[in-house]
Design a protein around this ligand. Structure first.
Ligand code: HEC
Length: 96
């Protein structure tokens, strides 16, 4: 965790933006949604090719969005800052 925080803090000034989103995705989301966002076995649907990801993530965080398994996603976004959520959402929106 400390190692993660350190490498993350160092990288912020360098790459904050799309590549920060890619990094967060690779660390936090890829195991369930797949590298291309097309993994359906866990979430039941692909997140690639969708839009409005930030609204969905915000909804998971404040409890206004989600299906039967929303508790899983609530856990995933709980620790993300607004900036991290925005960055990762922008990255997800680029997955086609
Ligand atoms: C432990 C597995 C797991 C991880 C890790 C995970 N997700 Fe999910 N994700 C799910 C499940 C399960 C759902 C379906 C939840 C529901 O019922 O609403 C979901 C749903 C979503 C949806 C909504 C899809 C839709 O159109 O309704 C988005 C967007 C999403 N995840 C993005 C992410 C992002 C971004 C991350 C990383 C920050 C992430 N997920 C990490 C399991 C995971």
């Amino acid at each position: 965790m400390v190692k993660y925080l350190l490498s993350f803090m160092v990288s912020i000034p360098l790459v904050y933006g799309a590549s920060a989103g890619m990094k967060i995705y690779g660390q936090t989301c890829v195991e369930c949604h797949g590298a291309d966002g097309k993994e359906v076995s866990i979430a039941g649907k692909a997140i690639a090719g969708s839009s409005g990801t930030l609204a969905k993530l915000t909804g998971y965080k404040n409890g206004t969005y989600g299906g039967d398994q929303k508790v899983v996603m609530q856990g995933n976004v709980a620790a993300l800052s607004d900036a991290d959520m925005k960055a990762v959402a922008e990255y997800v929106d680029t997955l086609k």
